[in-house]
Every structure is written in structure tokens, then in C-alpha cells.
Design a protein around this ligand. Structure first.
Ligand code: MG
Length: 203
């Protein structure tokens, strides 16, 4: 399986990092070794002093597809979940300054904790899904899909031109504002429509 992730997909998050608003989705990938299964801890790596949490809605792909048409995009995922796109912001800053790829800042071991998934059929409107992340019991990030720059269908149509989607692939759809540094001992809890689906300890 692979993870395809979208960057800069919520305006308020673009502003907090002083990034440019993209005309097309910003796409990057993470390998299978980035995934942390439900409930397992995240071990803070020694090579970064500034690992940020980015809570994101995830689509789980249920069949193979390329050049997916927007109107059929909803048939290519049947589960929606929550995960963290851990980002080594200090390494990413260095890469960006030099115009180099971001991989070491985004795709490192354990950089993608994934929680429980809910059936997509349970959501009435994909354009109005609420989620939030608590760190040590305090809400740090809050998102609603009405604020996405590129919605689920646009993302699947765009990325499937370049990368064939396969069953089990995960699409990280971007983070809302409120990203911040994590420290050893932090407890991250993610909620999807009020239901706790993600639990990560930083060790
Ligand atoms: Mg992200």
C-alpha cells in the first residue's frame, strides 16, 4: 500500500505557514513504513527538534483506479478515518529553502499514525465533516471539509492521473490550522464527528 497526501488544502493552514495558495493540489507520498497502527506509540526521532502534528481526514481506497472521473470518485473509497501527518518542520524548512524534495521531513518511519475508520456511508455530506485533535486534553486543531480548497472528488481525480490507486491505499486530505510541535510525553487524541478514533502517545 501507499499513502498519498495533500498539502496546503486549508486556507488558514496555508496562512499560518506563510505558504502560497496552490492552483492545483500539492501532492506527496509516504511509504508503508510510515504507518503506525491504531494505538501504537510514536517514537520521537532524534534528527528533528521540531516535529509537528497535522491531523487529517483519510480516505481508504477500496478498488483499483486511474484517471478517475470526479462524478465516480465516491465509489473508490468506502471508509473515512483520521490520522496524523507528522512533519519534521525544521528539516522541511531546510529542504524548501534549497528547493529540494521534502521526503525526509514527511515520509520518515512512524510519520503516519492511523486510527479507526468509519463507513463512508455513515456520512451524509462529504462537504460537511467535522474533526478535531486534542493534545493533552486541549483542542489544538479543528477542521470541517467545507473549508477544503480541493474536495475529495477533485483530489482523487487529480492524483489518479499520476498514480494508480489500489485497494488499501490511504489518501491524507490535508490539515486545518493549529499545527504545532509535539514533545515526548504528549498525548494526541483525534475525533471524527465527535467520536474518538485516534489515540497516539509520543515517546
Ligand atoms: Mg499534512
Amino acid at each position: 500500500m501507499k499513502i498519498i497526501a495533500i498539502g496546503r488544502n486549508y486556507a488558514a493552514h496555508i496562512e499560518e505557514l506563510n505558504n502560497e495558495r496552490p492552483d492545483e493540489p500539492v501532492v506527496f507520498m509516504k511509504p508503508e513504513t510510515a504507518v503506525i497502527k491504531k494505538g501504537a506509540p510514536f517514537y520521537h526521532p532524534e534528527y528533528s527538534k521540531d516535529i509537528h502534528h497535522e491531523v487529517e481526514l483519510i480516505l481508504k481506497i477500496n478498488k483499483e483506479g486511474k484517471y478517475i472521473q470526479k462524478e465516480f470518485a465516491h465509489t473508490y473509497f468506502d471508509e473515512i478515518g483520521l490520522g496524523i501527518d507528522f512533519t519534521a518542520r525544521d528539516l522541511q524548512k531546510k529542504c524548501k529553502e534549497k528547493g529540494l524534495p521534502w521526503e525526509i521531513a514527511k515520509a520518515f518511519n512512524g510519520s503516519a499514525p492511523v486510527g479507526d475508520f468509519l463507513p463512508a456511508s455513515q456520512f451524509g455530506d462529504f462537504g460537511d465533516i467535522n474533526f478535531h485533535l486534542d493534545v493533552n486534553g486541549q483542542t489544538r486543531q479543528k477542521g470541517n471539509t467545507s473549508l477544503l480548497l480541493f474536495d475529495f472528488a477533485t483530489i482523487l481525480a487529480y492524483v489518479s492521473q499520476f498514480f494508480m490507486l489500489k485497494k488499501g491505499d490511504l489518501i491524507f486530505t490535508g490539515t486545518p490550522s493549529g499545527v504545532g510541535k509535539v514533545s515526548i510525553g504528549d498525548h494526541l487524541e483525534g475525533y471524527l464527528e465527535g467520536k474518538k478514533v485516534l489515540n497516539v502517545e509520543v515517546k
